[in-house]
Design a protein around this ligand. Structure first.
Ligand code: KIV
Length: 285
């Protein structure tokens, strides 16, 4: 399949074609997600929650992002490989942002990076874009600002905030971003932002008026049974499905049904002669 690049996503918006993005954090799931034909794989700092079991994305380090991005890059995805910049990178300014971005590209194989927020972050976006590293913005409920927001709350619900966000989106584009995530904002506001920028908007909890949609792999597949926010549609009941398969394995081990002869290796005829009491399958390949 043809490799998808950052400019390809802008072209998809121009043609009015919807963009599909999913998170991936490891080699095996990256292969599955890429095989499903998505346009971009995001190594999100959501890995702090779904992989590491933290309550926020804040403990995720640059080393964590480098490690997981490397794992995903080994799948050689056709999709664009985007890596999140973790907490403590763009918050330290443009130089720290550029250093971290270069490491993600050079050491881990990222093809674009994502920066949360606007205002002072615009300089960070500009610095990275000027180094020819495609950069995505991220507006709305930016999870690294959870403590400043006072929780995981829908953003842009009052008019002043909404106007500020439309303005910020234009500035993110002007700073050189090639796409932006809109997270947990009213659908009408996301649609207005989408109509006001030439780069693709990728929504999560931002309604159908965005140029594309992103979900967290584990949420979409129902891997975390007790987590289902309003904006997630489950396409499988993963926790139930996998739980059932694993219980079946445990039952079969305990009953002796597994492993059967087709899962076992036979001794060579010479070994069999010298150990006549040994049980085991008659032959294998
Ligand atoms: O970290 C992440 O997975 C994200 C997406 C939810 C947009 O930023």
């Amino acid at each position: 399949m043809k490799k998808t690049t950052a400019p390809d996503l802008i072209e998809l918006k121009r043609r009015g074609e919807r963009i599909v993005v999913l998170t991936a954090y490891d080699y095996t799931t990256a292969r599955i997600v890429d095989g499903a034909g998505v346009d971009a794989l995001l190594v999100g700092d959501s890995l702090g929650m779904v992989i590491q079991g933290h309550e926020t994305t804040l403990p995720v380090s640059l080393d964590d992002l480098l490690y997981h991005t490397r794992c995903v890059a080994r799948a050689k995805p056709s999709a664009l490989l985007v890596a999140d910049l973790p907490f403590g990178t763009f918050q330290r300014g443009p130089e720290a942002t550029l250093d971290a971005s270069i490491r993600l590209v050079q050491e881990a194989g990222a093809e674009a990076v994502k920066i949360e927020g606007a205002e002072d972050r615009l300089l960070c976006i500009e610095r990275v874009a000027k180094a020819d590293i495609p950069v995505w913005g991220h507006l709305g409920l930016t999870p690294q600002s959870v403590h400043a927001f006072g929780g995981y709350l829908v953003q842009g619900r009052d008019d002043i905030d909404a106007r500020r966000m439309v303005d910020a989106a234009r500035k993110i584009e002007a700073a050189g971003a090639s796409a932006m995530v809109l997270e947990c904002i009213p659908a009408g506001l996301a649609e207005e932002i989408t109509g006001n920028v030439g780069i693709p908007t990728i929504g999560i909890g931002a309604g159908p008026g965005c140029d594309g949609q992103v979900l967290v792999f584990h949420d979409l597949l129902g891997f975390i049974a007790d987590f289902q926010p309003r904006f997630v549609k489950r396409y499988a009941e993963g926790a139930t499905l996998l739980g059932e398969a694993l219980r079946r394995f445990a039952d079969e081990v305990r009953s002796g049904e597994f492993p059967a002869s087709e899962h076992s290796f036979s001794m060579s005829p010479r070994q069999r002669e010298s150990t006549p009491n040994a049980a085991g399958p008659d032959g294998d390949s």
